[in-house]
Structure formats: structure tokens, C-alpha cells
Design a protein around this ligand. Structure first.
Ligand code: BES
Ligand code: ZN
Ligand code: ZN
Length: 494
């Protein structure tokens, strides 16, 4: 979809999306809309059908016009996310009407800063997403070819910057949609090596370096925790390293993603419906690839490293077993108390590998790590933990700006004690009197053992947010691409 911003007059016979604040004055709209439409809106308002309340809509249709009006609620409560949502409703309307070109008509008060323009573009790009590549051609609705944002904004700054903002918003949104596609792809089509191939293609196209370590190299390095998880799979594990500006001498920020391309649970196999969504267990890795791709396309000029720990957790004669003892890359011994707590084993090796080899300024990991986090926070909020309050604060700031919500969980010392082993240094699930316990936090406490105090580290548990059963205006069911917008904001501000 092409997106432009213009002062263009709308002729008629076109799909027009127009956001309106609550209690809009039809008098003030007389310059922008013709009489019939004004009368229609006035009636709707009087009858209380459409008053411009938040994200309510009404359509006006005749041979000449196809208008969708979207309420924005109270003027004072306007914010970028509301515009993102309104724009998503708009693109869905345009798509449903099978239009090639549509207008998003904004009055002067709607776009008043670059963030708001960015949000409108993101809303359209994310709202038009459908995972339809496996559908019969006849059933696929084509997306609009063109979105024209018409504005009368007198704020020349925005107009001057418009092309830059549009480009940035498109890059970010395309990365979000890339992550959605990767996560939605069936597990059998995306074993570790396939994900590496995809990364290599993107690296070549957009200018970042991609290398990958296979089974032999991982064995040599002693990355036994990661290797143990993959033992029942016929597909080779991969530790894939993405490097942005590799020649710079500065300390890099390293982002790490859990890339379990399928999580059957291992020998302690998952019960039926719990396995159904486990193609999404590589969402952390996909997020890392999406973020690096976007940063590279934006010509971000600092050194950043992405690491994807790619394995499959299957069942078979070679599978790792409960009570097996593994020596991880950093030398700590782990007793396997549950083969379904595999993500932390993959991340343990990836995190200590990152700290040992790259002297990072900070490490941030993304992982669909625990059902407990999903239970605690649901589909729209990710868990946030770490060893450095300053890093956590920065992530929270970006979270608030992008509406990718985070909630910090406490990483007190007594949680760490729950992960101490009896015959080993560590166990991979917590000791607990009953069946249930603080699973999201103890998983983070385990990860904490693989990074030293000197390196700021944050862990984002995206088990709920990465793959959603709750669709909203611009977030579909299935893969959500959560975290890309958050991290681009984080990198642009720090
Ligand atoms: N991949 C799962 C976590 C998960 C669950 C992600 C639901 C998304 C939705 C993880 O590997 C896992 O199985 N965790 C177990 C840990 C338990 C055995 C301690 C869990 O959360 O139940
Ligand atoms: Zn698992
Ligand atoms: Zn898992």
C-alpha cells in the first residue's frame, strides 16, 4: 500500500474515512462536506445514533460517496493510540469495500505532532493485515493500493517531515507484519535452518550481518542446555547471530529471542489443546529478527546484536529426560525437573554466550516463556523483569509511548532460592510446596543465573502478548508482532 499526505480535494465516488471528535459541530464541517452529508450527520447526532464517541462509527453511502465517520471521543483525550485504532478501522472498511484508493480525511486538530501521523500510518498498515497466504485466491480480499491522508494542517513542521515519518512508520509496520507471518507459519515449515535462511535473505537485502552456529559448533562451545532441548528433533539446532554495524567499536546492546520452532513439551508432553499454539514459541526470535530488520532499514547507526536461539522441543528416543543433568555454557549444572520448561534452557546458553563474547552494554531477551505469565497478565500485557532498574524504566517509557504494555514483576532473592538444585547448582522449575507457584518470576530468576551483575539485563515474558486470542482494532488473532514498535522506540530514544 502506498501512503501519501496531501492537501487534495476529494472529488466523489471514493472511499473516505473521516475521524470526528465527540459533539462535533456540523457548522464547522460545512467547508469540508457537502450539504447532504451535513444533514445526515446532524440527524445522526440528534437521534443519538452517532455522536462521535470513542471508536464508534457510522457510514454514509450513495452513488457518489462512501464515507465512514469514526468517533474519537473527547478532544482532550486524543492520543496516538486512539488514532492508530481509528486508522485501523478505516483501512478495514476500505478493504471490505474492495477499494483501490481511499482517503483518510483529517481536520487541523487531528494531526498535531509527528507521533500522531506515525500512529495513523501504523494503524493502517497493521489493521490491513490478514494471514491469508494459505487461502484460496477467491477468498482473499486485496488490500487497498493507496491511502491518501488529506490534511489542512498548518503545522508546516509535520508536512516538511512527512515523507520521513511515512517511511519510518512503513518500515516499522512491515517488520511487525513480518513477525506476524513468521509466527503464524506452521511449525513444519519453519525448522531452525529455515529461519536462519530467512534471516540471511533479509540481512543481504537490508544490510546486516548474519552468521549461524550449527550442532557441531554448539557442541564444541559446550552449549549443552540448548542442545539438550533439541535432542529429539531431526532438525539441526541453530544459534543465529544478527549484527548491525559490526565494525563499530562501541559496546552493543544485545537482544535475544527464544526460538523454539515447536514446543511439544518433550517427554513430559503437553496435553492436547496446550500444544495447539506452540508454533508460536519462536515469537521471541521472530521479534529479534523484526527489530534488527527495521533498525537496519532505518539506517540506525549504533552497534546492535540480535541472537536467535532456534531449536525444537519434541519427543523421541533421543529426547532429554526428567532428572537429566546438564552442564550449561557458563559451567553451571542444571537438573531437568520438567522437559517442558525448555525455553529457559535455550536462553540460559544464549544469554551467557552474549555476555561472554560481546561485552554488551545491555541484554534484553524476549520469550514466550511461561503459561504463568499469560495467566497473570492476559493477552495484552507482557511481564517485565531484570537486574537493572534504569533499563527497566527506559523500557517502561517506550511501553507507554507505543501502547505495547508491560508490567514489572518483582525479582526478589527468595525467588532465586527456589531455583537452587539439590544435587546440582540449579533446577529448571521451582521447588514449591504445591503444584502452582510464581512461575513467571521463577523462570526469570533462573535466567538471572546466566548473566552477571555488571551487565544490565531485562527479560520480557511475551507468552500472552505474542499470540493472541483477543483481536483488537489493529492486532489480529494469532501472531501479533508485539514488541517491534516498543523496541524501535527504545532504540530511537536511548
Ligand atoms: N512455551 C511454553 C510457555 C507458553 C505457554 C507460551 C502458553 C505461550 C502460551 C513454555 O515452554 C512452557 O511450556 N512452560 C511451562 C513451564 C512449566 C513446565 C514450569 C508452563 O508455563 O506451563
Ligand atoms: Zn515448554
Ligand atoms: Zn516453550
Amino acid at each position: 500500500m502506498r501512503i501519501t499526505i496531501q492537501e487534495q480535494k476529494i472529488k466523489g465516488g471514493e472511499v473516505v474515512i473521516m475521524p470526528l471528535f465527540e459533539n462535533f459541530k456540523t457548522k464547522e464541517l460545512e467547508k469540508e462536506l457537502n450539504k447532504e452529508i451535513i444533514m445526515f450527520l446532524e440527524k445522526q447526532k440528534q437521534k443519538g445514533i452517532f455522536k462521535g464517541e470513542k471508536l464508534t462509527t457510522t457510514t454514509y453511502n450513495n452513488e457518489k460517496n462512501n464515507y465512514l465517520f469514526i468517533g474519537l471521543g473527547n478532544k482532550k483525550e486524543k492520543n496516538p493510540d486512539l488514532l492508530r485504532k481509528a486508522s485501523a478501522l478505516g483501512v478495514k472498511h476500505a478493504k471490505k469495500n474492495k477499494t483501490k484508493k481511499y482517503f483518510f480525511k483529517t481536520s487541523e486538530e487531528i494531526i498535531t505532532n509527528p507521533y500522531e501521523l506515525q500512529a495513523i500510518i501504523e494503524g493502517a498498515m497493521l489493521g490491513k493485515y490478514d494471514y491469508d497466504q494459505y487461502k484460496n485466491k477467491k477468498e482473499i480480499t486485496k488490500e487497498p493500493e493507496e491511502m491518501i491522508i488529506t490534511t489542512k494542517t498548518t503545522n508546516n513542521e509535520i508536512i516538511k517531515q512527512a515523507n520521513k515519518i511515512i517511511k519510518k512508520a512503513m518500515i516499522i509496520s512491515e517488520s511487525v507484519n513480518l513477525v506476524r507471518n513468521m509466527v503464524n507459519e506452521p511449525a513444519s515449515n519453519k525448522p531452525p535452518k529455515k529461519v536462519v535462511e530467512q534471516a540471511k535473505k533479509l540481512g543481504k537485502k537490508h544490510g546486516f550481518k548474519v552468521t549461524s552456529l550449527g550442532k557441531k559448533q554448539l557442541q564444541k562451545l559446550g552449549m549443552n542446555a540448548m542442545l539438550a532441548v533439541n535432542r529429539a528433533s531431526n532438525n539441526e539446532p541453530q544459534l543465529c547471530i544478527l549484527e548491525l554495524n559490526p565494525d563499530k567499536k562501541e559496546k552493543p546492546v544485545v537482544i535475544i529471542g527464544k526460538g523454539v520452532t515447536f514446543d511439544a513439551g518433550g517427554l513430559q508432553i503437553k496435553p492436547d489443546e496446550y500444544m495447539l499454539e506452540m508454533k508460536s514459541d519462536m515469537a521471541g526470535a521472530a521479534t529479534v529478527l523484526g527489530v534488527i530488520t527495521a533498525l537496519s532499514r532505518m539506517k540506525y547507526n549504533k552497534r546492535v546484536i540480535g541472537i536467535m536461539g532456534l531449536v525444537e522441543n519434541l519427543i523421541g528416543p533421543e529426547a532429554y529426560k526428567p532428572n537429566d543433568i546438564i552442564k550449561a555454557y557458563n559451567g553451571k549444572t542444571i537438573e531437568v525437573m520438567h522437559t517442558d520448561a525448555e525455553g529457559r534452557l535455550v536462553l540460559a546458553d544464549a544469554i551467557s554466550f552474549a555476555e561472554k563474547n560481546y561485552n554488551p552494554k545491555a541484554i534484553i531477551d524476549f520469550a514466550t516463556l511461561t503459561g504463568a505469565c499469560l495467566m497473570a497478565l492476559g493477552y495484552r500485557v507482557a511481564g517485565l523483569m531484570g537486574n537493572n532498574e534504569e533499563l527497566i524504566k527506559k523500557l517502561k517509557e517506550s511501553s507507554e509511548k507505543t501502547d505495547e504494555l508491560l508490567w514489572q514483576l518483582p525479582l526478589y532473592n527468595h525467588y532465586k532460592k527456589m531455583m537452587k538444585g539439590t544435587i546440582t547448582d540449579l533446577r529448571n522449575i521451582h521447588k514449591s510446596p504445591g503444584k502452582y507457584g510464581p512461575g513467571a518470576i521463577t523462570a526469570a530468576a533462573f535466567l538471572n543465573e546466566f548473566v552477571t551483575e555488571k551487565t544490565p539485563w531485562a527479560h520480557l515474558d511475551i507468552a500472552g502478548t505474542a499470540f493472541s486470542k483477543e483481536k483488537t482494532e489493529y492486532v489480529p488473532e494469532g501472531g501479533t508482532g508485539w514488541g517491534v514498535r516498543l523496541m524501535i522506540d527504545f532504540f530511537n530514544n536511548n
